[in-house]
Design a binder for this molecule. Structure first.
Ligand code: ADP
Ligand code: MG
Length: 331
């Protein structure tokens, strides 16, 4: 853990500040797990034991009403899609019913969840522009029980412009989500209700992201534990303030997740510290480690939760999902 050979020329950051994030290695403390310094074989064996025991896969209580999360950060490549699909899959392992709305024309979340999103497939575009019902475009994720997806096709790229002339253009997604019969409380939506709706935003602050910010009450911001991590966040937060003032007073930044965390660098610890100073308890204790297994899962049409369930990436996403589910809404 103290190996600093991979240090970059980051500013000197004190490690004696008392703040630490829970890294994959530290998850070992939660059970007979693994640590980063083991040989690969020993680590693999430990992980298998840890996984088989299923300690972390105990179901958690369902929320009283559907919680709608906006996963946004206008910076690309920070882990929005990866966090959306893996937290969604992890939540289903904890007994929750989840809907992922793919709001990025690139359709990466649809790919990772293995649902058809070829051009012409009805999805988010039809919901936003044509007013189609979400129930009519939903697809089930084949590998994950309890996980549904509103797919995004490349057509969605046009929605950003086409929506400009549409009446109440910022409220289209909200209206569609609220109209879904499985969104609401036990009384209004029954036992088959969604517990979580996660909206995966594109890397911009245009009308698509605005629709998400109006539709959700909670916002999750993935932050890559890298230099310049906080750059651009000011702009994001002032957009949130604007939305809160004029369009959605319920919106709260409830969750910050640190992604691609490399516990061996002081840089990552420094970024974590800075993010924590900024956002306090909104930052999840569990940081997601940089892991090849996480990045290769989508090419198999899977989340890391099914692709390699015992890997540090999967266990970290499971723990992050548990934090989200057990601490409830902060608002
Ligand atoms: P965004 O949706 O914010 O653009 P992505 O989730 O697509 O970001 O992630 C960007 C890239 O980083 C992808 O290639 C993804 O596979 C990779 N990536 C994300 N999280 C991790 C991780 N924990 N470990 C390794 N690679 C990751
Ligand atoms: Mg993305």
């Amino acid at each position: 853990m103290n190996d600093v050979s991979r240090e970059t020329s980051a500013p000197d950051v004190s490690r004696e500040t008392g703040f630490s994030v829970r890294t994959a290695g530290e998850l070992a403390d939660l059970g007979p797990g693994f640590d980063d310094d083991q040989t690969p074989l020993a680590a693999a064996a430990h992980q298998t034991v840890f996984y088989r025991q299923g300690i972390q896969r105990q179901p958690v209580a369902r929320p009283a009403a559907t919680r709608v999360f906006v996963v946004a950060n206008q910076k690309g490549g920070v882990g929005k899609t990866t966090s959306t699909v893996n937290i969604a899959a992890a939540l289903t392992e904890l007994g929750q019913r989840v809907l992922v709305v793919d709001l990025d024309p690139q359709g990466n979340a649809s790919t990772a969840l293995n649902v058809d999103h070829r051009q012409g497939t009805p999805g988010t575009y039809e919901v936003l522009v044509d007013g189609m019902a979400i129930a009519d475009v939903i697809k089930s994720c084949p590998d994950c029980e309890g996980l549904d997806v509103v797919p995004a096709t490349i057509d969605l790229a046009g929605a950003e412009i086409e929506l400009v002339s549409v009446v109440a253009r910022e409220g289209r997604l909200k209206k569609a989500i609220l109209a879904h019969p499985q969104v609401g409380t036990a009384t209004t939506a029954g036992e088959g209700r969604y517990d979580y709706v996660l909206i995966d935003c594109p890397p911009s602050l245009g009308l698509l992201t605005l629709n998400a910010l109006v539709a959700g009450a909670e916002m999750m911001i993935p932050i890559q534990a890298e230099y310049y991590a906080l750059e651009g966040l000011g702009q994001l937060l002032s957009t949130v303030d604007m939305v809160r003032a004029h369009l959605n007073p319920d919106l709260a930044v409830s969750t910050i997740v640190l992604t691609m965390y490399d516990a061996r660098t002081r840089l990552a610890a420094g970024v974590a510290q800075e993010v924590r100073e900024h956002f306090g308890d909104q930052v999840l204790k569990t940081a997601i480690p940089r892991s090849v297994r996480v990045s290769e899962a989508p090419s198999y049409g899977q989340t890391v939760m099914t692709y390699d369930p015992g890997s540090p990436g999967a266990l970290s996403y499971l723990e992050a999902a548990r934090e989200i589910a057990t601490r409830g809404s902060l608002s």
